[in-house]
Design a protein around this ligand. Structure first.
Ligand code: SF4
Ligand code: SF4
Length: 103
């Protein structure tokens, strides 16, 4: 990746590459990601890292993004969270909300 990892950040996005396909949100088990409305973006939505503190570093988002738009820190560079019931519930709620940010 050409993007430099931001300091103390578990997961980050290159918004120029994101095509708002929702795939990363659908794979995230911890409710870290969601789509926000964005009038300047393709399809009117943009990926957002809503709950970075819940990221478990599973890399599912990075692996499945077809546009190389989302990156995850290396395990030796960041201390990731453990998966909690609250994070699992939030992931389900986001999916049930058409992958949009919860109000
Ligand atoms: S690394 Fe895993 S927990 Fe973190 S944002 Fe990506 S899919 Fe979600
Ligand atoms: S999978 Fe990639 S392109 Fe699709 S919404 Fe996520 S970051 Fe954007």
């Amino acid at each position: 990746m050409s993007i430099i990892a931001p300091k103390d950040t578990p997961v980050w996005v290159d918004e120029c590459r994101c095509k708002a396909c929702n795939i990363c949100v659908s794979y995230c088990p911890a409710g870290v990601l969601a789509m926000r409305d964005d009038v300047h973006a393709v399809l009117g939505q943009m990926i957002e890292v809503v709950h970075p503190e819940s990221c478990i570093g599973c890399t599912e988002c990075e692996i499945h993004c077809p546009d190389f738009a989302i990156m995850v820190a290396k395990r030796d560079e960041f201390k990731f969270a453990k998966l909690t019931p609250e994070a699992k519930d939030r992931a389900l709620a986001v999916k049930n909300n058409q992958y949009r940010k919860l109000a």
